[in-house]
Design a protein around this ligand. Structure first.
Ligand SMILES: [Zn+2]
Length: 417
């Protein structure tokens, strides 16, 4: 008998619904499929008996409240739990999850029937951690969408569990399920006042124990280069080849500081797009660093490199647009370490070793923390996210749910004693 009977069926139901977000869209949410799924979840939360269930029309966050059962006078901080309903930039049409019961920890798991793809422990060594567990995988044609429907299923099941067990005491709990995390825009429209929590957690990190409160500082750079195309026969001294300027510019950036050559706390300039003709070229970079000062230096260095190319040209041929995307939430969380400690204590009480390391990316919590709501990221369970090799363990999902309930319990204990 599963610990939380509805967790697995609920998760399987969710992943079958296509909710891939669309980076080209300018609507909120970016696709009507996300709206449909959010409405369906709203009905489910109402049926479970939650209060104030509504979709904020401005940001499309689905919000709901589990009211405190401690009486009006109690001063227990309100905890928020957040997860995103959209899936990443990979085929999500017709997700057909496979359930592998009592995995042996060493066999290859075929994905689908044609044998083209498989989960092989030689390639994915983390599989060895799951001996004896129930794994949910894809059929090889799509991603799974455990990122972040594992988080959504865990939060909804937590709500259902608490509503079914009024003897478990808890403060006010706020739930926020959001669109468009994967395209990096969902949290931009988050409304801290409307959400009305004292602190929150996104349930969107990976395997057992992950607890993230340090992310990159991030900026995006677009560089437009105007060349001058003339016939090659008479090019000398007249042609300005925009592609060559792009190459020259890239070579002025530090050779080591690339995504594929860095790890840990090392930052980088990541050239991820280059389009060019002699007449015109466009370069797109991601700039990343955990350290705010070095992050600012990196942007300054790119500006200086652009200036240098322009000076060489004797004209403003290169134009740089820089946009900050998100910042390292550690800057905020350092002032609210009690929130991180609460999550740590919950895991330790349950015998789960917290796994804390600086994330080489961002989470919705990076944006939301800087809006004034401290929001670290808790594990939801997924492995190999954003790919056909994505999988999740049911036991890890159950452990994530245990952690959510334990966080609520410790929050009460810490303030009633
Ligand atoms: Zn995610």
């Amino acid at each position: 008998m599963a610990k939380y009977a509805e967790l697995l069926p609920r998760f399987l139901k969710y992943v079958r619904v296509e909710t891939r977000s669309d980076p080209e869209s300018s609507t909120i949410p970016s696709t009507p499929k996300e709206t449909a799924f959010l409405q369906r979840l709203a009905t489910e939360l109402q049926d479970i008996g939650l209060s104030d269930v509504r979709i904020n029309p401005k940001n499309s966050y689905l919000l709901a409240t589990i009211p405190s059962n401690l009486g009006e006078s109690s001063k227990i901080p309100t905890i928020g739990f957040l997860a995103h309903i959209d899936t990443a930039d990979f085929n999500a049409h017709g997700v057909n999850p496979q359930v592998v019961k009592s995995y042996d920890g060493h066999s290859k798991i075929p994905l689908g029937k044609n044998g083209q793809y498989q989960l092989d422990p030689a390639e994915f060594p983390a599989l060895k951690n799951y001996a004896g567990q129930t794994l949910i995988t894809t059929d090889g044609t799509t991603l799974l969408g455990a990122d972040d429907k594992a988080g959504v299923a865990e939060i909804v099941t937590m709500a259902e569990y608490l509503m079914a067990h009024p003897e478990i005491k808890h403060g006010t709990i706020r739930i926020g399920l959001s669109p468009d995390e994967e395209i990096g825009t969902g949290a931009d429209h988050f409304d801290v006042t409307d959400f009305n929590a004292d602190f929150a957690f996104t349930v969107d990190a990976g395997p057992l124990g992950e607890l993230e409160y340090e992310t990159f500082n991030a900026a995006a750079a677009t560089i437009d280069i105007a060349g001058k195309d003339v016939h090659t026969a008479v090019a000398k001294g007249a042609m300005v080849n925009a592609i060559q300027l792009a190459i020259d510019l890239h070579e002025l950036l530090p050779e080591h500081d690339r995504a594929e050559r860095t790890e840990g706390r090392e930052g980088f300039y990541h050239l991820y797009r280059l389009d060019g003709t002699v007449d015109h070229a466009t370069m797109k970079y991601l700039i990343r660093d955990h350290d705010k000062a070095i992050f600012e230096d990196r942007k300054q260095h790119l500006r200086a490199v652009v200036d240098r190319i322009n000076q060489r040209c004797g004209a403003d041929r290169v134009h740089l647009t820089l946009r900050d995307q998100y910042y390292n939430m550690r800057e905020v969380l350092e002032k609210h370490m009690d929130v991180v400690e609460l999550a740590k204590a919950a895991m330790e009480d349950l015998g789960i070793k917290p796994v804390i390391y600086p994330v080489r990316g961002g989470t919705d919590g990076s944006t939301i923390s800087f809006m004034g709501l401290p929001t670290p990221n808790l594990f939801a369970g997924g492995e190999n996210m954003h790919s056909r090799y994505e999988y999740v363990s049911l036991q890890t999902m159950e452990a994530a749910l245990d952690v959510l309930l334990k966080i609520n319990a410790l929050n009460v204990e810490n303030h009633i004693k």
